[in-house]
Design a protein around this ligand. Sequence first.
Ligand SMILES: [Zn+2]
Ligand SMILES: [Zn+2]
Ligand SMILES: [Zn+2]
Length: 486
Amino acid sequence: MAARSPQARDNVECCFKNCESTSKVLKPGDGRVDVRAFESKAKQAMVVKWKEGATATFHRSCWAELYKATQSSSSPISLSDVERSMILDANKTAEYHDSDAAISQAAENIVHILQQSSYCIAFTGAGISTAAGIGDYRGIHGKWTEKYKVKNYGAKGANKPAASKMNGDLQPTYSHEALVKLQDMGLLKFLISQNTDGLHMLSGIPADKMAELHGNSYVEKCEDCGKRYERSYPCRQINGSFQKRCPRCRLNHRTGRKCSEPSCNGFLMNTIINFGDFLESDVIDQARQAAVMSDAVLVLGSTLMVSPANVLVTMGKKPARLIICNRQITPYDGNCCEVDPDGQPLGSRVFGDCDNLMKKVMSLLLPPKELKTWEDGRRARLMEYGLKRTFVRNDLPVHPYKASVLTATQRDKTNAADIIDLFVMEQLMNSCSKELYVFLRKRKPADSTELVAIAEKYIETHGSAGAFARNNILTRRTPQKSRALL
Ligand SMILES: [Zn+2]
Ligand SMILES: [Zn+2]
Ligand SMILES: [Zn+2]
């Protein structure tokens, strides 16, 4: 399992050895900074309790002091050259969390901005999907953090990037759903996203109400007539003679399927924008139009480092009301803190997880009864998402019925034995009949051994219909891959 950063639920001790805060222990809901600890072979005394491959947590003030010490020789903290460079490296991965009280206060301000605005838009990045299991780039366990680490400190001691789930296993998060709700309430007019995971579309934001700047894994488009196709499975590049190398990103975009418009028959391409590719002009135009009209911008989970994000979030009407919720600092944090002539903040800057903030925002926006109905509805919505997705195994779509039951089962299973069972079940479902599957579900096998026994019994009494399934169950009883999942 991927290393987990200490979350709000854990008590952790500040890693600054000279910490002078009243409590050295950071409690759940306290403001804090998490940084990625880097390895050092140096033997000299350190002022930080570094632990290789772990997350080091500090009071915000302690980390600020340590950082200040790297910049000035007059600081009371004296740092060795090695530790100075370790702090500077770690600072690049710093993830900040505001205290719970501060986030609650910010939520009140944000609700006020949302209610006062007449054209609020949202801008989302990888941080909104981390709760869904997608890795981000610049965070503590981010993909780029790990690459940097391998480059500068050698492969030894490098953590594997947090295991990202397969596309088909992803579900919209609380924040994705909150954006849909805001849109239903008329408080959100347009959504711009840098994400390609398709979760906004899955959660129910209509295609004409959003611009997915970097494409969508679940959308492919015709090379000739431009017609777009929304799919229930990710449109990956597949090998074949139809492949064509893109002159800009040098990869193949063709998916192997063809346009179904009569008289077109053009090749379909995925819509993913790789490094080197231009953004689609109509997508960026649509985003620009919305950005210009906006009088409030809600940024969730983006560091706003990638163009054209930087232009879009500051294009709106003045005075700019910019709200940013992200764990890392962004170049636009200053814009959030501008004040009106009365000294009231125009925007808001929240350091923390999107879901945590959005839960507070929704609880302030919705009357208690409506909030409960909406939050309780998540279970049903998760089932619906499952039905909209087709699982793909070895490039073959799995029947949506089986896939939806599989997602439902997966959510309720947590321990290792259950994961093995699930894996066996999954293998089984790929080949067993619907009748056998329903039979198995009813009998509720306690583990994979019992599951196989029940299936064998069924096959004995129901004859050859299950013969194919039987072979599959028996040969795949302890699949290699299930070990990797542990
Ligand atoms: Zn401290
Ligand atoms: Zn076409
Ligand atoms: Zn390309």
